[in-house]
Design a protein around this ligand. Structure first.
Ligand SMILES: [Zn+2]
Length: 148
């Protein structure tokens, strides 16, 4: 888990403005340490998922963003209970874009409707890098002065 930013979420009731509001929201709350390289995919997928929720679900539309260091977890929920699938004619294109630009995605029934989530790679790796040994950490080389 990330120790730079906490998970954050917000709820949007105006279906006509949710595309812009949700993208503004994730841009403002993306982890500055780990999420920068994922910003393009995050904005694209946020737009696709909230558009799907606006067209096929029921408001309010919720957006939750979590930084997991190596990936961002984006979850978009709405009050409709019909789970979207890749086979739906109009929702299918948006979900195909989500599938192609995320590490994984899925749908989950929730207490108040459904959630669609996706995991977006950040490009970060978590392998621990060994600290440099004390005797080799700082080596000062004498400056070579030009002669003459
Ligand atoms: Zn982070």
């Amino acid at each position: 888990m990330c120790d730079v930013v906490p998970d954050c979420d917000d709820s949007f009731s105006d279906v006509g403005r949710v595309h812009v509001q949700a993208r503004d929201f994730v841009q403002l709350h993306t982890c500055p340490e780990h999420g920068r390289m994922a910003m393009g995919a995050l904005l694209l997928l946020t737009g696709e998922l909230v558009d799907n929720a606006a067209q096929h679900g029921q408001p309010p539309i919720t957006v939750r963003l979590s930084c997991l260091v190596t990936e961002l977890l984006l979850t978009v929920g709405d009050a409709g209970d019909a789970l979207p699938t890749l086979l739906e004619s109009t929702a299918g294109l948006g979900l195909r874009i989500v599938a192609q630009n995320s590490r994984d995605w899925g749908t989950t029934p929730s207490a108040r409707g459904k959630e669609v989530w996706c995991r977006i790679p950040t490009g970060m790796v978590t392998a621990t890098v060994p600290a440099p040994r004390a005797d080799t950490a700082l080596r000062v080389f004498p400056r070579v002065r030009p002669s003459g």
